[in-house]
Write a protein that binds this ligand. Structure first.
Ligand SMILES: Nc1ncnc2c1ncn2[C@@H]1O[C@H](COP(=O)(O)OP(=O)(O)OP(=O)(O)O)[C@@H](O)[C@H]1O
Ligand SMILES: CC(C)(CO)[C@@H](O)C(=O)NCCC(=O)O
Ligand SMILES: [K+]
Length: 279
């Protein structure tokens, strides 16, 4: 089995992938911490032959995790943001400072769709751009839905946005505090993504495929007007592309990669942008 770890600031996601069949056997999420208990927090390491890690947590967390895993599994791969990988040129002035989850998402998106706009709706919402040809432009970081909510001290922090709500509902004016807050932050996230996507496509003169991942991807997806695909395993896809271990991975296939709908034309994107500026 291959253990893939996506260590975030708050949550650590893991999945077990069968090295022979390339099937995902199980997955889970636990709070990020310095000490893991294999067998309860993460799977029993006896069945694991290789580990791949993306981590944006504090350095100590990664060091402890790698030390623990290396004692029991020889084969541990830790992803890093680099100036160049898999045909993509990192757009950061200091490439190693780009969050590795963003870098892996951008690599996976590029591998799947050529140029892309890769959006991660997690604790933070990150929006990254890669042009056809592989130039990563950099991106945007804004607070995620939960963080936005927690920063408002209105006694509403424990009432989360129902991930099954319809977008029309979430975009309507709220008539109670909790509704006003939930609809406000939803509007903030969705309109920022719509606007940034249109602005950058306009600026660069190219309509890019749009990909979404992260804990809030599904609900955010419902509010986006432009064609896009949700890919829950996008960061894992970057790990597969950087450290291919199975036959399918070596052939360039990433687990759970969605069918990417063709983007609308640049003319339509520009018309939408011009319209929103008139308002
Ligand atoms: N059990 C949960 N705990 C916390 N957030 C959750 C949970 N389930 C869904 N979410 C939603 O997912 C979002 C976090 O998404 P995700 O798990 O992708 O975070 P992340 O960006 O990987 O976190 P990290 O900061 O740990 O990297 C939150 O805004 C929240 O609305
Ligand atoms: C923005 C987050 C927290 C999103 O997980 C992560 O990618 C990160 O810590 N990045 C480092 C800062 C940067 O990407 O510029
Ligand atoms: K993340």
């Amino acid at each position: 089995m291959i253990l893939d770890l996506d260590i975030g600031n708050t949550l650590t996601k893991w999945r077990l992938k069968d090295a022979d069949s390339s099937e995902i056997r199980s997955r889970g999420a636990v709070w990020t911490r310095e000490e893991w208990r294999p067998g309860s927090d993460i799977p029993d390491l006896d069945i694991v032959e290789a580990v791949r890690i993306s981590s944006v947590a504090r350095r100590a967390v990664l060091e402890e995790t790698v030390a623990l895993l290396q004692r029991q599994v020889g084969n541990v791969h830790v992803a890093r943001s680099t100036p160049e990988a898999l045909g993509v040129a990192n757009g950061y002035e200091e490439p190693e400072r780009l969050g590795v989850d963003r870098w892996l998402g951008a690599l996976a998106g590029y591998q799947l769709a050529g140029g892309c706009c890769a959006v991660d709706c997690g604790s933070a919402i990150t929006i990254d751009f890669v042009l056809p040809g592989g130039r990563h432009l950099g991106g945007y970081i804004l607070p995620g839905l939960r963080l936005m909510k927690e920063s408002l001290k209105l006694g509403t922090r424990n009432v989360a946005i129902d991930p099954d709500s319809e977008a029309e509902e979430l975009l309507a004016p709220g008539r109670r505090t909790v509704e006003a807050v939930n609809h406000g932050i939803y509007m903030a996230a969705v309109s920022a993504i719509n606007r940034v996507y249109a602005e950058v496509c306009d600026m660069e003169g190219v309509a890019l495929p749009l990909l979404l991942t992260g804990g809030d991807a599904r609900v955010v997806s419902r509010g986006l007007q432009v064609p896009h695909a949700v890919w829950p395993d996008m960061v894992y896809g970057g790990l597969e592309a950087c450290f291919p271990l199975t036959a399918a991975e070596r052939a360039g296939r990433m687990s759970g990669a969605p069918r990417v709908p063709p983007p609308v034309s640049l003319e339509k994107i520009r018309a939408g942008l011009a319209f929103s500026m008139l308002l």
